[in-house]
Write a protein that binds this ligand. Structure first.
Ligand SMILES: [Zn+2]
Ligand SMILES: [Zn+2]
Length: 136
């Protein structure tokens, strides 16, 4: 079984994933643009495979009701995303992985909302929204 590790910039929030990582989705929706400062590139795993270490209680969740973003309140790193109707899965910011060599880009969400400076990779599926319904 694969084991992946990752964490935030300051190192107060770390995690390991005791299971398979999902390939990466780029999301250009409004929320992801704001929360990341650009766009979100997220892998993900089963929530039950994600073991978070956060001794200083730095992990906070910005809750939109239908979804929430997890971030380190000490250094500001964006780490996680979770849809309220899909709490069995947790998206993991690919940039927070210590080694993302095992995942590749699988799709682009909200491609039409990408800023002009972003070059969209048209070799992967594009979605005007996302492919899981209305939750972002
Ligand atoms: Zn941090
Ligand atoms: Zn998004």
């Amino acid at each position: 079984m694969s084991r992946q590790t990752g964490g935030c910039l300051c190192g107060r929030v770390t995690y390991r994933v005791d299971g398979p990582l999902r390939d990466v989705i780029h999301c250009h929706c409004f929320n992801c643009r704001k929360v990341s400062g650009n766009f979100v590139a997220s892998s993900g795993s089963a929530t039950s495979d994600l073991v978070i270490a956060d001794e200083d209680h730095s992990l906070r969740w910005y809750d939109l009701g239908y979804a929430r973003y997890g971030f380190c309140s000490t250094c500001g790193s964006s780490l996680f995303w979770q849809g309220a109707e899909h709490t069995d899965r947790t998206s993991i910011q690919a940039g927070s992985l210590d080694d993302a060599s095992s995942v590749s880009l699988m799709g682009v969400w909200f491609a039409n909302d990408a800023q002009a400076h972003v070059t969209i990779d048209h070799s992967v599926p594009q979605f005007a929204g996302n492919d899981e319904g209305d939750d972002v």
